[in-house]
Design a protein around this ligand. Structure first.
Ligand code: ATP
Ligand code: MG
Length: 362
């Protein structure tokens, strides 16, 4: 699946942008504040119904305008569809082929989207939620019941936390109910995460090896499920109840899960160079795209902000070659034009971004 036509209006500094992207790699180059990140953000809004920069969608509407609109024609196996989102005085609205899309999760399912921010190192340096999101993205797209399961867990977690804080006479009975429910959902989430990590692991290792030219030992990963492996979740929830009552918060469970990455047995943050860490983060994201493609034969759209920074020319070339080979649709922004590096690949399109205008370079 890929976007064949994109029309963005009144989105931040993008007044009106209309383009026909390539099926594969699209590189957008332009100076600071030209509108590159805004362009990616507009596609992100189309795919997920929210922004990666703000929870206040009003700040994405161009100053002085009432509403914004992003519309795309998407080609997929069996035909094309038109999907669009708008935000204005009447709030957020999404439509696909003329029918209203009620849930954001429906948007996310129809157009699987991966986004790598300019500070891609956040995948390693940021809190554990970035690694959990990495696992859960694949589960969301590959395990039909995962989204509902995840919501059930989150809802029950809130209910348990609430019961911990209020001092009702019946609190103990309530907690017993929440402990049971939470552990049922939690154990299921954990086994799904473990299984998906097993599938992603080899792909990360292979992609990383293909991208770095220096021979390195195999990548290994450690999954920390969010509580000790020597006991079931219900047992742990009961054991830590007194502590949880004091803090008013559930200390253990899949909401505390984490993944650690190692090369040659050492933490990747300590052993890899800065550029290699960036490549590692990209390998994590590409492994998700690769798995989706292999299991579901479905492509995703990959948004990469400021992808060339911290990478030398050889690594950029390797990266472009790999992206070209994977066949996913990519929108990658850079400050400097990559025309030199791109010469070898015929399918890549380059766009120049200037003062909120995006134009194809020919
Ligand atoms: N609601 C808005 N209306 C109009 N312009 C806006 C709005 N929100 C942000 N901008 C402006 O849009 C411009 C483009 O921002 P953007 O982050 O897309 O730039 P960029 O090309 O990614 O730059 P950099 O290379 O520095 O990351 C900025 O000058 C910003 O101030
Ligand atoms: Mg930017």
């Amino acid at each position: 699946m890929y976007i064949t036509h994109l029309d963005v209006r009144n989105f931040r500094n993008l007044k009106h942008t209309e383009l026909h992207p390539a099926k594969g790699v699209n590189v957008l180059s332009g100076a600071n504040s030209s509108g590159k990140t805004s362009f990616l953000e507009a596609i992100y809004l189309l795919g997920l119904g929210r922004s990666f920069r703000t929870v206040q969608l009003i700040s994405t509407v161009q100053t002085g305008m009432e509403s914004l609109r992003v519309v795309a024609k998407v080609k997929q196996a069996g035909g094309s569809y038109i999907t669009g989102v708008e935000f204005g005085p009447n709030g957020f609205r999404a439509r696909t082929n003329g029918s209203t899309v009620k849930k954001r999760s429906q948007l996310a399912t129809q157009l699987p989207l991966l986004y790598m921010p300019s500070y891609s190192h956040i995948m390693l340096d940021g809190g554990p939620r970035y690694r959990r999101q990495w696992l859960d993205w694949s589960l969301f797209h590959l395990e039909p019941g995962f989204h509902d399961l995840w919501w059930c867990y989150q809802r029950t977690l809130k209910q348990r936390n609430h019961a911990l804080r209020v001092h009702k006479p019946s609190w103990r009975q309530e907690i017993n109910v929440w402990n049971k429910k939470l552990s049922t959902y939690g154990e299921q989430i954990t086994s799904l995460r473990e299984a998906i990590l097993f599938k992603l692991r080899d792909s990360v290792s292979q992609l990383f090896m293909a991208l770095v030219h220096q021979p390195l030992a195999r990548v290994t990963m450690e999954f920390k499920q969010g509580w000790t492996r020597t006991a079931g979740l219900e047992e742990i929830l009961n054991e830590t109840l007194n502590y949880d009552r004091v803090t008013g918060y559930t200390r253990y469970g899949p909401h505390r899960a984490e993944v650690a990455f190692y090369v040659d047995g050492k933490d990747v943050r300590e052993i890899l160079s800065r550029g290699q860490q960036k490549i590692f983060c990209y390998s994590l994201a590409l492994s998700q795209a690769d798995l989706l493609c292999r299991i579901k034969e479905q492509n995703c759209v990959f948004l990469m902000d400021d992808f060339a920074s911290e990478l030398d020319i050889d690594h950029r070339k390797r990266f472009l070659a790999l992206l070209n080979k994977l066949g996913i649709q990519v929108f990658a922004t850079t400050i400097e034009s990559l025309s030199g590096e791109m010469k070898a690949y015929s399918g890549i399109k380059e766009f120049h971004v200037e003062l909120g205008r995006v134009q194809e370079m020919v």
